[in-house]
Design a protein around this ligand. Structure first.
Ligand code: HEC
Ligand code: HEC
Length: 211
């Protein structure tokens, strides 16, 4: 028994020590706000159907919902948006002159998910990511596949959050209430530990994990 307690403590210590980059992740929630201000007039709400300015000026913006932009390489996409990649003679504004590097990454993080009809920002995904790293990774694994250290240790299995087919079955309210109230023998209740808005944040992040 003592050994088990020691093992669990050691696991937590390792997890906490490796939780350093969480704050740096691009924030697609903020990206969605910037997109509405700067991009929607030409690229449209869905990134596909041109917005009012593009129609009036007769421009044909790139279809941002096409697979090449639904990428995990947010850095590259941000570089494309910045215009530093040669876009001479293009009608696409040079956003690197206007927006900060952080803005560009946040927008790229949003665009790289724009074609997903199930993506809803019920909370702040970046804050959610930090919470997930701290509180959920031990069981659910780094990217939510269900392969965390404790899951291996106890031999428990759980849903793979990266499978969008499964995740679509769970509504937002249900997702949040399972996190709030816990489930079965191993999924702890986070009521009183995480605030309602933190639960919404981590739920939004869990949504982002599905592809
Ligand atoms: C004035 C209209 C306009 C606005 C505003 C605008 N775009 Fe564009 N965008 C275009 C046009 C037109 C193209 C196609 C350019 C071409 O084919 O030469 C384009 C192309 C792109 C591409 C593809 C570039 C490539 O080389 O693959 C990306 C990505 C993009 N826009 C993102 C954005 C983002 C993000 C914003 C907001 C920060 C934005 N655009 C705002 C008109 C606009
Ligand atoms: C000690 C291990 C453990 C930790 C820590 C943990 N979970 Fe779980 N979680 C589980 C297990 C096991 C299940 C499956 C429960 C079942 O189906 O009986 C589960 C189920 C879930 C479900 C429901 C999915 C389904 O199977 O229906 C969600 C959502 C969830 N967890 C989110 C979280 C979030 C978010 C955190 C962090 C705040 C977290 N979990 C922390 C073990 C854990």
């Amino acid at each position: 028994m003592k050994l088990l307690v020691w093992l669990i403590t050691a696991c937590w210590a390792i997890l906490l020590a490796t939780d350093t980059r969480a704050q740096d992740a691009p924030n697609p929630l903020i990206g969605s706000h910037l997109y509405r201000s700067y991009c929607l007039v030409c690229h449209g709400a869905d990134g596909k159907n041109p917005g009012s300015v593009a129609s009036n000026l007769g421009l044909t913006p790139a279809d941002l919902s096409s697979p090449q932009y639904q990428t995990k390489n947010v850095q590259d996409l941000a570089a494309v948006i910045s215009g530093y990649r040669d876009q001479k003679g293009s009608d696409m504004p040079n956003w690197g002159m206007v927006l900060t590097a952080t803005d560009l990454l946040d927008i790229a993080a949003y665009i790289s998910n724009i074609s997903r009809t199930d993506l809803r920002f019920i909370g702040d995904t970046r804050r959610g990511r930090a919470i997930f790293k701290r509180a959920c990774v031990a069981c659910h694994g780094k990217i939510g596949t269900g392969e965390g250290l404790l899951a291996h240790l106890f031999g428990i299995s759980m849903m793979d959050f990266t499978q969008s087919e499964n995740m679509k079955q769970i509504g937002d309210e249900n997702l949040m209430s399972m996190i709030r109230d816990g489930k079965g023998d191993y999924m702890p209740s986070w009521k009183g530990i995480l605030s309602d808005s933190e639960i919404a944040d981590v739920a939004a992040y869990v949504r982002m994990l599905a592809r």
